[in-house]
Design a protein around this ligand. Structure first.
Ligand code: SF4
Length: 319
């Protein structure tokens, strides 16, 4: 794409974005199930944090219900299959479904399952299981439920410092430490340092999923060279938010958009105009960076990319 005043506008899209392995696997599992059974399919919680996709599932007769509503399936228990979502579920919820005698399919991502196993096997002789992550996220609640010791969910370095100060006798306290799969890599490394500095009996596991780390690095690289950056995904999605936080550090004009209807057209035009003003001195190009969360469907990404392309083209032709 080239513009009047010679500025070259381009869109750089992350090579690795959109549905990750765990989400693809869960979506395939559900639709295979749908083709095999006449039973009602119900997901315990939102399958993924993406409003558009949840609406599509509903149109296809697949319903995401609150975990608290599982008990209400009692009346139709012989005619329903519950799917455990990618984030996993608490041990208690799975136990409840089993006790009710409801058929269920476990679509928990294997990377999350691995953390359940680590916590189950390693927390028995610990005083604390520390989970680096968001205490309100369903994945973290699930992980917490597998611990045999007291748990502490710490979201960042400050919370780690506070925890250490409030837990005396660091040389005697045995600690197990894991992270939510979608945590910020750098933040987790910093938290590990704080914990390792003070506790001698500490077992730390690297449990951030490799999809997350790779995508965060790519977002950082793209944002560093972008005039304006877009993260496509839902604000409720943890990995999407992390991509947004990271990109914002490297590109001040970073926007989180759920779909094409949220593209901030006037912001793109004004950034393009600004780039044109500096053409030949500081700038010869205008770069729009784009990446998307692991729960963003491909067609939504395509619509956003096409929408941004149209805006750039119209912006180029206004001078
Ligand atoms: S982001 Fe990683 S842990 Fe989460 S569902 Fe995808 S592959 Fe699994």
């Amino acid at each position: 794409m080239s513009a009047k005043k010679g500025i070259e506008a381009k869109i750089v899209i992350a090579k690795d974005c959109g549905f990750c392995f765990g989400v693809k696997r869960a979506v395939e599992t559900i639709y295979e199930l749908k083709n095999k059974t006449d039973k009602k399919i119900v997901v315990a919680g939102e399958l993924i944090h993406n409003k558009n996709f949840i609406e599509r599932l509903e149109k296809d007769g697949i319903y995401c219900i609150d975990e608290g509503e599982i008990a209400e399936l009692e009346r139709e228990k012989d005619n329903v299959i519950v799917v455990i979502r990618t984030h996993g579920a608490t041990k208690e919820l799975v136990g409840k479904i089993e006790k009710m005698g409801i058929e269920y399919v476990d679509a928990t991502c294997p990377f999350v399952k691995r953390i359940h196993k680590i916590v189950d096997e390693n927390s028995k002789n610990c005083d604390y299981t520390i989970i680096a992550g968001d205490k309100n996220h369903p994945e973290v609640k699930g992980i917490q439920s597998y611990s045999h010791s007291a748990t502490a969910v710490l979201s960042d370095e400050d919370e780690c410092e506070k925890f250490v100060k409030s837990t005396p006798n660091c040389s005697q306290t045995a600690v197990l430490m894991v992270s939510q799969t979608t945590n910020n890599n750098e933040k987790y490394v910093n938290c590990q340092k704080i914990i390792k500095n003070l506790y001698t009996k500490v077992k730390i596991f690297d449990t951030i999923c490799n999809v997350t780390g790779k995508r965060q690095n790519e977002a950082k690289k793209i944002a560093s060279n972008a005039d304006i950056m877009f993260i496509i995904g839902c604000v409720k999605s943890s990995n999407t938010k992390k991509l947004y936080d990271i990109a914002s550090e490297y590109c001040k004009k970073t926007y989180l958009v759920e779909d094409a209807s949220e593209i901030p057209e006037s912001e793109i035009i004004s950034e393009l105009e600004r780039a044109k003003e500096f053409y030949g001195s500081e700038k010869n190009d205008f770069t729009v960076g784009i990446t998307a969360g692991a729960s963003t469907p491909d067609d939504i990404i395509e619509e956003v990319v096409a929408g941004i392309g149209r805006i750039i083209n119209s912006g180029e032709s206004t001078n």
